[in-house]
Design a protein around this ligand. Structure first.
Ligand SMILES: Nc1ncnc2c1ncn2[C@@H]1O[C@H](COP(=O)(O)OP(=O)(O)O)[C@@H](O)[C@H]1O
Ligand SMILES: [Mg+2]
Length: 588
């Protein structure tokens, strides 16, 4: 089981990037320290130059430059301020660079983890997944989480430091005022937590609106032909239009509340600053605080706004990140295929091997029992056929053979070795299952045949020849590079099945299972195809699930399945004698 993704996971990931974190923090701290004296420098000139109270700063400048002219003081101080600002600008940018590096890395790691989990998701979970919704989660929610991490990296340390620094300076200037500022801070943070809770919930709704939209859009486009054939474009796109509208509503609500949250925090801080300004004036009037010091103090108060607002923003973002994490965790909670450690490989160095099912009983996760005590076998190189009415459980048997669904009662063995000891990847590498409906990528014939593995043209054409598709492909203007469209829509049903067979041949499996793989072909073509496939199938253990007598006739042994049970078994002749095979299987 993959563990949940939590704030502590996030913390560990930031910690894992210590170097960049410290670089980002170092530059952030440097920038903060450089910016810290700025509000004080110019106001000090008021006291020392304008109001005629010579002080340390003017003394120092005249000591170094030997001049005590007013314009010299002003120019020097201005120059110092500008230099400090430029340096801080540079350090801030560098800080942002490292922080972005961390943020993007966290996005990547999170997506990596989700993908890694999806790669091994159990088929029964996959069946009900909506791809559009997953896409939405891996984009929007991941961005929310990593964005928050970025904010933590950039602001937490430097904003806290700035706050402490400014407070220290203010404490030095006037401790009563400074203490008041301190007392107010926790109040600010509590306030932003309240604001954040509301926006967090609205952000979740916005993401959910996006998810619903992505789900239906992806599915509608995938099944567009069906939608059009049913003349339902209007209804489907009507729903999509409503979902698009729902995004507008949810985004507006969130956008509005987020703006209100932001401006509330600004308002609050501004009001507090106003109050402090008034108190500053009072302090000059009733104590020995100088005017220059008061102005400097007020500048600091305004500067104080920035880190306070940053910290408030962080608290608000934290509230929005919680629902994003919850949504991501729904993906990580999907159950995964059992992982069987690979111990033995019964397929190694041999042409083929035997198959055996022992007392298999099975039900899909939320259903009644589909298979009842099924035992069957195919010896090495033997061809067996499974026949039976639609819904009797043939496809289920085929899927169990390749471990698509874990079985809790009974055993599946290849070459006498249970699949739990072989490991599913090894089973699937050697046992090819050709489904009733083969699936294709919206890509070239070559890609669909090789699934991006390296194969020579000669090998590809040989496979096409065996599948009786060579002439067709050679006649195409772009040959192997021809695109076959969404799920092979540009091919006929028969061509699609032959393409799937060519793919199967190219993958050179040790065992082959055909699940009505040739049912879309007409009688004569199907018969002919198995004839041409004969050399390829020679010596490979084969399971054929089919209806037509011509196809089943070639099997060495036949199992008749009825309602998930083996009703009869034997050779074609034996079953025919018992009247279990009717010639009208032909007429499908
Ligand atoms: N993925 C699934 N989840 C739940 N039930 C399923 C699933 N696939 C098939 N079934 C059910 O299992 C039974 C056997 O189906 P299947 O093996 O496809 O039959 P056949 O291939 O012989 O036509 C049917 O009742 C079907 O509804
Ligand atoms: Mg079937």
């Amino acid at each position: 089981m993959t563990k949940n993704y939590t704030f502590s996971t996030l913390y560990t990931q930031i910690k894992a990037q210590k170097h960049d974190f410290w670089r980002s923090s170092l530059y952030g701290v440097l920038a903060t320290l450089l910016l810290l004296p700025i509000p004080m420098l110019i106001p000090l000139l008021i006291d020392e130059v304008l109001l005629g109270h010579p002080g340390k700063m003017t003394e120092m400048i005249s000591g170094v430059l030997g001049s005590s002219q007013v314009w010299v003081y002003i120019t020097v101080i201005l120059a110092m301020v500008l230099v400090l600002r430029l340096l801080a600008f540079y350090f801030n940018n560098t800080k942002t660079f490292y922080a972005t590096k961390i943020t993007e890395k966290i996005s990547y790691l999170l997506r990596h983890r989700i993908l890694h989990h999806l790669e091994r998701v159990e088929l029964s979970e996959y069946e009900t997944l909506k791809s559009g919704g997953i896409a939405s989660k891996t984009v929007q929610d991941v961005e929310s989480v990593s964005g928050f991490a970025g904010q933590v990296v950039t602001t937490l340390l430097s904003a806290s430091l700035m706050l402490v620094g400014i407070a220290a300076v203010m404490l030095w200037m006037n401790w009563v005022l400074a203490l008041l500022v301190f007392v107010l801070n926790p109040f600010f943070l509590a306030f932003s937590k309240v604001l954040g809770r509301k926006t967090g919930e609205l952000l979740r709704r916005q993401h959910e609106a996006y998810e619903l939209y992505h789900e239906l859009l992806a599915e509608t486009l995938d099944l567009f032909v069906q939608v059009r054939a049913s003349n339902q474009e209007h209804s489907f796109f009507g729903i999509l239009q409503n979902l698009a509208k729902a995004i507008e509503t949810a985004s507006l609500e969130y956008g509005h509340k987020a703006a209100v949250a932001h401006s509330s925090s600004t308002l609050l801080t501004n009001v507090v600053v106003d109050i402090f300004r008034a108190m500053g004036i009072a302090a000059v009037a009733y104590s020995d605080l100088t005017i220059g010091m008061m102005i400097a103090f007020l500048f600091y108060l305004s500067t104080l706004l920035q880190p306070i607002q940053q910290l408030m923003g962080l608290v608000i973002a934290y509230q929005g990140t919680k629902p994003a994490l919850e949504r991501i965790n729904t993906l990580l909670a999907l159950s995964m295929e059992p992982h069987y450690p690979h111990k033995t490989n019964p397929f190694e160095d041999i042409k083929s091997t035997s198959i055996e099912l022992k007392h298999i009983s099975f039900n899909y996760s939320k259903g009644s029992q589909v298979l009842h005590d099924i035992s069957l076998q195919a010896r090495k190189g033997q061809k067996i056929a499974l026949i039976g009415a639609s819904g009797s459980g043939k496809t289920t048997i085929a899927q169990i053979l390749v471990g698509f669904y874990p079985v809790h009662t009974g055993e599946i063995l290849y070459g006498g070795v249970p699949i739990e000891q072989i490991g599913l990847p090894i089973v699937r590498e050697n046992v090819a299952l050709m489904l009733q409906q083969s699936l294709f990528f919206n890509d070239t014939i070559r890609m669909n045949l090789t699934l991006s593995k390296e194969k020579s043209d000669a090998a590809i054409y040989e496979a096409l020849r065996a599948a009786q598709l060579e002439a067709f492909v050679r006649n195409l203007q772009e040959g192997l590079e021809s695109r076959i469209g969404k799920n092979g829509i540009r091919l006929s049903g028969g061509q699609r099945q032959r393409l799937a067979i060519a793919r199967l041949i190219l993958s050179d499996p040790k065992i082959v299972i055909f699940d009505e793989a040739t049912s879309a072909l007409d009688n004569a073509t199907e018969f002919h195809l198995y004839e041409t496939l004969a050399p390829f199938l020679e010596g490979r253990t084969t399971v054929i699930i089919a209806h037509r007598t011509t196809t089943i006739k070639q099997a060495d042994y036949i199992y008749l399945i009825e309602e998930g049970r083996i009703k009869a078994e034997g050779t074609y002749e034996e079953l025919q004698k018992q009247g279990l095979i009717q010639e009208d299987f032909d007429v499908q």
